[in-house]
Design a protein around this ligand. Structure first.
Ligand code: ADP
Ligand code: MG
Length: 141
């Protein structure tokens, strides 16, 4: 195991449901530390740039539409094995298939409005963190 950082986004549906604190508690209770955090109302270009890897997928336009539909709350999470730990806390992309007790099973309603984003690899975590946070805004332990 290695000390890692990962990018997390509490998506517009979960912000609207007023469960930011509940989601953050899941991270903290699992031993992850919040190293940076900000709100943002993403423009279409911001969201399209962030999800550029998915630009040829059929759901891309819906994804950009959804991610710009309201404010998001973006965090850097840090801890041992943080990338996988966060993916495990999140649950499957489709909340109807997510394991009981995961964030998506408990707070999400559909594959579009699925409450949270989490980086899927060390390489993408570094790219995604840099996309939203200048290094001076990431708490260095
Ligand atoms: P994850 O967020 O679990 O890493 P992906 O990276 O595959 O999932 O997809 C990014 C986001 O795009 C998902 O969180 C979801 O909101 C949306 N998405 C993925 N697959 C579909 C799909 N088949 N239909 C609609 N939206 C999708
Ligand atoms: Mg993904």
């Amino acid at each position: 195991m290695a000390l890692e950082k990962t990018l997390s986004i509490i998506k517009p549906d979960a912000v609207e449901k007023n469960v930011i604190g509940k989601v953050l508690s899941r991270f903290e209770d699992a031993g992850l530390k919040i190293s940076a955090m900000r709100f943002a109302l993403l423009s279409k270009d911001d969201a399209a740039g962030f999800y550029a890897v998915h630009k040829d997928r059929p759901f891309f336009n819906d994804l950009v539409e959804f991610m710009t539909s309201g404010p998001v709350c973006i965090q850097v999470l840090e801890g041992e094995d943080a990338i996988k730990k966060n993916r495990d806390l999140m649950g499957a992309t489709d909340p109807t298939k997510a394991d009981k007790g995961t964030i998506r099973a408990d707070f999400a309603v559909s594959i579009d409005a699925n409450a949270v984003h989490g980086s899927d690899s060390e390489e993408n975590a570094a790219i995604e963190i840099a996309y939203f946070f200048p290094s001076m805004n990431v708490y260095a332990r």
